[in-house]
Design a protein around this ligand. Structure first.
Ligand code: ADP
Ligand code: ASP
Ligand code: MG
Length: 402
């Protein structure tokens, strides 16, 4: 079998953890499998590199940030190759350039476009264990790019798809996908199987256990994923197209406190304004999430929307540049907000879900600022300080525990 395994930052945080992972890789290899391993940077390395950059510059060039951040993953693969050699196994480390990991040109948030798997195949033919840097790619200018925080999962799925791997295992510091982040909701329960669609919503709405693009790719190329622990032997969670198990109304609760709200106030109430504003933002690669437009009054209206907090500096610049053309009277920013969501394929035809969620907020005295719904999720915007309380209250309300 050809198996792709991905180990996250905490799984390779120090020498002991690296040897622990090396043992697990060796076990898979000894069973006669071809093994490709994708690694993240050790522990807090990526955060530490970001801090280092901030010490030098308030707004460093994104190209140089990628040059810097990509070094973390390169350390991990080299160290793992050394650990495997110590244990007596042949291993080769490769970076994005060596495996032809082509991406779009957007620095710090690039999307994978193509992989040339020839080099990996050659190494596998030589019976080497192949260790590939997660998170990084190359763009058409031959520059290093990165895939956005948590992007190593996406590297693993892309490689599994390109090589038509038999298995893609994502090893992390929890033993599967839970009904909510187990560090926030103590009663959260492990989910045995979850569909791509539900997992994609959970991941996009803040459940960092998987990078949302990795789930998108897994669905597109039908790569079945297993999320499991690098420290225990527990079975883990399977992510796939169709689940046999009886579906619950709600599969999970997710929270995201890395968001910001932008309010554009006093826009002239004429056709084409929203088109102009959101086209301008899109052209600058700003992903807009919840949008709310007020009812017009006195010939003007307000539009509020949320973005990732990391995009706020760029948004402020764009708004300042276009303030006059958009005819804005004022603009307001709020970074003290969080988004809490419930996700479940079972909610499509169930009107009671929203009211139950709102009731849980009323019971815990949490104020809702914005609401957004889709077929399989409901999200609310609340104060950041209330996020954990809200997640617990909603999790309780839907009795996601047996
Ligand atoms: P890695 O470094 O292995 O990629 P991450 O920190 O990116 O690990 O993701 C694992 C973390 O995701 C867990 O430690 C957990 O706190 C968090 N998490 C958030 N939501 C969930 C969820 N629904 N199920 C499991 N873990 C979750
Ligand atoms: N090292 C990167 C990060 O911390 C990528 C990853 O861990 O998936 O975001
Ligand atoms: Mg991760």
């Amino acid at each position: 079998m050809l198996i792709v395994q991905k180990f996250g930052g905490s799984s390779v945080a120090n020498a002991e953890r690296i040897f622990n992972v090396a043992q697990r890789i060796a076990e898979t290899y000894k069973e006669g499998n071809d093994v490709v391993v994708v690694l993240s940077a050790q522990g807090d390395t990526t955060d530490d590199l970001i801090t280092k950059a901030k010490e030098i510059s308030k707004k460093p060039s994104k190209r140089e940030m990628d040059m810097l951040l990509s070094t973390g993953e390169q350390q991990s693969v080299a160290l793992m190759a050394m650990a495997l050699a110590e244990l007596g196994y042949p291993a080769t480390s490769l970076n994005a350039y060596q495996v032809g990991m082509m991406t779009t040109s957007t620095y710090m948030n690039a999307r994978l476009k193509k992989i040339k798997p020839d080099r990996i195949r050659r190494e596998l033919d030589r019976k080497n264990i192949v260790l590939v840097t997660g998170f990084q790619g190359m763009n058409r200018f031959d520059d290093i790019t990165t895939l956005g925080r948590g992007g190593s999962d996406t590297t693993a799925v892309a490689i599994a798809a390109a090589l038509h791997a038999d298995k893609c295992e994502i090893y992390t510091d929890v033993d599967g996908v839970y009904t909510a982040d187990p560090r926030v909701v103590k009663d959260a329960k492990k989910i045995e199987e979850i569909t791509y669609d539900e997992m994609l919503e959970l991941a996009s709405l803040g459940a960092k256990v998987l990078h949302n693009r990795s789930v998108e790719l897994a669905k597109k190329y039908n790569v079945e994923l297993v999320v499991r622990s690098s420290l225990t032997r527990a079975e883990g969670t399977v992510v796939k197209e169709v689940c046999k198990m009886e579906r619950m109304l709600i599969s999970g609760v997710a929270g995201d406190d890395e968001i910001a709200r932008v309010s554009l106030i006093g826009i002239e109430d004429t056709p084409g304004k929203a088109f102009d504003i959101f086209t301008t933002l899109a052209k600058k690669n700003i992903n807009v999430d919840i949008i709310l437009q007020s009812i017009g009054r006195d010939g003007t209206k307000d539009i509020s929307f949320t973005v990732a907090d990391t995009a706020l500096t760029d948004v402020k610049e764009i708004v300042a540049t276009h303030m006059d053309r958009w005819g804005l009277k004022d603009v307001d920013y709020n970074e003290n907000l969080a988004k809490v969501s419930v996700v479940g394929a079972g909610m499509v035809a169930n009107a009671g879900v929203a009211s139950k969620m709102f009731e849980a907020m009323y019971d815990t005295n949490i104020n809702i600022h914005m609401i957004s719904t889709s077929e399989i999720k409901i999200s609310i915007l609340i104060d950041k300080k209330d996020m954990h309380k809200a997640m617990n209250a909603i999790h309780d309300a839907f009795q996601l525990v047996d």
